[in-house]
Design a protein around this ligand. Structure first.
Ligand code: SAH
Length: 226
């Protein structure tokens, strides 16, 4: 048993269960995945803090509660197929992979892709594939998906992602302004033609940069401007 086991139990109890996440599959998955393995060594002692943490490249691993809340909203079931956009550390992909049959995860940063692949393989997540690319296009060759989640915030829900939802499929992602207000949006594809949509929860995510997201140009300019 690792020194982190107790911290992980406390995280699930105080940060997640007591804030209202009740999906037993999500709670069990959060109890199993070692978050310390997804953050750089110098952040290990903070791995179970109630906060996002830097993972390099200006990116971050999401706050545990947000991961739990998004995955609960996505209503995952055993046997399903999930598309995860913005692999980052691979943490959210690993949590999803504890519940469903198969996870495809897309990341645009090649270094993060390499690191996440290596980490997920070492931890034994054989049902996760990490792909290098622009998640705003989804992954047509493996669609449709029972659930799609994104950990980066776009100006709107990318068209390709709606199309790649199975009937009955759920999509959960942050939508809003690049650096201001963002809300989590949940879309359910209720039939071939119909989508139900509602927003919940104010959040703060890194930008979804891609063909049907925010332009790369604007992002760099904003960084240079300080
Ligand atoms: N789910 C991650 C959180 C990563 S932060 C975790 O659990 O650690 C969001 C990630 O989205 C960043 O790594 C960023 O590089 C990536 N990203 C941003 N836009 C993207 C796009 N269009 N396609 C794929 N990844 C993208």
């Amino acid at each position: 048993m690792s020194e982190f086991t107790e911290a992980r139990e406390r995280m699930v109890e105080w940060q997640i269960f007591r804030r209202g996440v009740r999906d037993p599959l999500v709670l069990a998955a959060m109890r199993r995945v070692p978050r310390e393995a997804f953050v750089p060594p110098y952040w290990h002692e903070f791995a179970y803090d109630d906060t996002p943490l830097p993972i390099g490249g200006g990116q971050s691993i999401s706050q545990p509660f947000i991961v739990a809340k998004m995955l609960e909203a996505a209503a995952l079931h055993p046997g399903e197929r999930v598309l995860d956009i913005g692999t980052g550390s691979g943490y959210a992909a690993a949590i999803a992979a504890e519940i469903v049959a198969r996870v495809d995860s897309i990341e645009r940063d090649a270094e993060l892709v390499e690191a996440a692949r290596e980490r997920l393989q070492r931890l034994g997540y054989a049902n996760v594939s990490v792909h290098l690319g622009d998640g705003t296009a989804g992954l047509a060759e493996h669609a449709p998906y029972d659930a799609i989640i994104a950990a980066a915030s776009g100006p709107h829900v990318p068209t390709a992602l709606r199309a790649q939802l199975a009937c009955g499929g759920r999509l959960v992602m942050p939508v809003g302004s690049e650096s201001g207000r963002q809300r989590l949006v949940k879309i359910v594809r209720s039939s071939e033609q119909e989508y139900e949509e509602h927003a919940f929860g104010d959040v703060r995510f890194v930008p979804l940069v891609g063909g049907d997201g925010w332009p790369e140009r604007g992002r760099l300019a904003a960084r240079w401007a300080g």
